[in-house]
Design a protein around this ligand. Sequence first.
Ligand code: SF4
Ligand code: SF4
Length: 355
Amino acid sequence: WKGGTVSVYRYGGGIIPRFSEVGNQFPESREFHTLRVQPPAGNYYTTDMLRQLGDSWEKWGSGLVTFHGQTGNIMFIGTSTDNTQHFFDEVNEYGWDLGGAGPCVRTAMSCVGAARCEQSCANEHKIHRALVNNFTDDVHRPALPYKFKFKVSGCPNDCMNAIERADMAVIGTWRDDMKVDQEEWKKYVAEKGRQHVIDNIITRCPTQSLALKDDDSIEVDNRNCVRCMHCLNVVPKALSTGDDKGVTILMGGKRTLKIGDLMGTVVIPFMKLESEEDYERIVELAEETIDFWAENGLEHERCGEMIERIGLVNFLEGIGVDVDPNMVANPRECSYVRMDGWDDEAIKWFERKAE
Ligand code: SF4
Ligand code: SF4
């Protein structure tokens, strides 16, 4: 393929141009552009919607569609420059919008979530919509240092790979004790045997927070549980997430570019998301972050790379978040924050806790 640009009226991105280098020999391959279209939050479709999209694409494009590309978009692969605008107008008319491409806020992703998954600790789709709807301009008009991705996972299983791949990852969690149904647990032990339970659950807890008692009940050391989800995934009937639910927010995850892959760093260890004000807070945090990165990021520098370059403390100061000892790179390891000014920050933290 050779370079070129294709866009639709009033949009600066969302289409990946494909002009063939051998268009003269093979005229039918001359133009084969891809349109990125944003899926619904959680990828919930009705068959009517899918048929409608399929019919439009058969009319204006090749009929080839990917659900979904790595970017999270529906990828409509293969159309000519002329038909790009026709297809967009038609699907836009019945409610679809282009996704992001280039240095902009990209199409967000959220997991299937509370409607179908018992592990969910958040309203994934509301978070998804709150963030994306606020940044629609930044999706369609690329004006940032590079790409910025939101991904929302309803629990620490992180089915959206938000930690590894999102500049801002929102992950559901809980802060009280996990719920234990001892009857169900004992049934599981009776069915599988103590040896199986010890080998496959108890000893696989990364923080040794589980104990199998002599009467076959289970004891959970909730203070040391790091929410790895292993035990809850294996015995979902007996173990479930707590009631005091909220989200953890991480910033700076990304795949390899200037520096290697980065996992997101926890910047908000726990935040309730219940009232409209809570949702406004999360949108404000995203705005602060994108504004700060837009001002301070170098060209083609992801947010995580900027954090590495300027230091986490400077980044936190820039977005107005206080340093917190819960901000760690790995549970049970040394803190990820720099230690200069640590004593002052520690005093402030204890003062806040005492309020
Ligand atoms: S991330 Fe958690 S809540 Fe979301 S689909 Fe996966 S297991 Fe369920
Ligand atoms: S969720 Fe993970 S860390 Fe927590 S008790 Fe279960 S296995 Fe251990």
